[in-house]
Design a protein around this ligand. Structure first.
Ligand code: DGY
Length: 315
């Protein structure tokens, strides 16, 4: 039986499916470079996930590599240097589609909760300091009918566009590095600066990795209007977090809803101290159904490798 290492414990149906074909070992924490290199030497197949270090240095450190497949648990694979993995003779896959709606739903959660100050309101109530309804108290920003600016019209960006258009009658504009159709009436805006300026609510959905690191920098944030709301459901490193904190502190933008951070799980104290943002702990794909589907897809890819078939979700 081939050996499979799953770096973090998945849900029971996923373990069961994996055990049909593999001798399974389950890890307990994110793999740093040394642990990832050792795992590459010790197992035939692996299901890694976000937080594991499969950068180029890991493959170099591993030397003699036994592992032949990295069936990533997650659509984002910026923690894997795919070129280095392929050069070392591995195949790599991810889990697209199955988490699109769950992640877009977290985008909607952040749009609504940030615009309507839900986090702040809940903190007020729980503190016991709520003084009751008042015509001027806790006023937020109207969502229905506003302009949403989506950065990245991939699967998740398209799902956010659909939900904003059909659910909230929003005008959709988007920025994408190549020409791309949107699933609803929408305008593609070539300049990121223009999109940031025109949108009432900006939602970032681009993949992470070197091509998008700090795509949203101080200059891009400066293009937003003071009433603008910024939402990130992509990867933390897409945004210059220090510049975002500066903008929130200075009030050059009205608020932010974040699900991802530059150095997870570290979230800067200055960010946590701000009232005008809603901070979630990377919940994008965190529904039971989605996490089972992601795990099953990762296992399917590992099984395809074991059976000598092409990986259905190869990257
Ligand atoms: C994904 O699938 O990329 C989620 O962000 C979890 O890693």
């Amino acid at each position: 039986m081939k050996t499979l290492f799953i770096s973090r414990e998945p849900l029971p149906p996923v373990i069961e499916a994996a055990r049909e074909m593999f001798d399974v070992t389950i890890g307990t924490e994110a793999l740093d470079r040394a642990a990832a290199a050792t795992a590459l030497q010790d197992y035939d197949a692996m299901i890694p996930t976000l937080g594991d270090d499969f950068g180029a240095e890991t493959f170099a450190a591993a030397g003699d590599i036994r592992c032949k497949v990295l069936a990533n648990f997650g659509v984002g694979y910026n923690h894997i240097d795919v070129d280095a993995a392929k050069a070392a003779g591995l195949v790599v896959s991810n889990t697209p589609d199955v988490l699109t709606d769950a992640t877009a739903d977290i985008g909607m959660t952040l749009i609504l909760s940030t615009c309507r100050r839900a986090g702040e309101g809940e903190r007020l109530l729980r503190s016991g300091a709520w003084g009751g309804f008042g015509p001027k108290s806790m006023l937020g920003t109207h969502v229905t009918g506003k302009t949403v600016g989506i950065v990245g019209m991939g699967r998740i960006g398209a799902a956010v566009a659909r939900k904003c258009h059909h659910g909230f009658d929003m005008k959709v504009i988007y920025h994408n590095r190549s020409r791309k159709d949107a699933p609803v009436p929408a305008e593609q805006v070539d300049s990121l600066h223009d999109l940031m300026h025109r949108a009432d609510i900006v939602v970032v959905t681009v993949p992470g990795g070197p091509a998008t690191t700090h795509l949203i920098d101080a200059e891009a944030l400066a293009a937003m209007r003071p009433e603008g709301i910024f939402v990130n459901i992509a990867r933390g490193e897409v945004v210059d977090e220090a510049a975002l904190i500066d903008a929130l502190e200075a009030g050059t933008i009205a608020g932010a809803g974040l699900d991802v951070y530059e150095n997870e799980p570290h979230v800067p104290e200055r960010l946590r101290a701000l009232e005008n943002c809603v901070l979630l702990p990377h919940l994008g794909s965190a529904t039971y159904e989605t996490r089972v589907a992601m795990g099953m897809m990762a296992v399917d890819n590992a099984k395809a490798w074991a059976e000598g078939r092409p990986l259905p979700q190869a990257v």
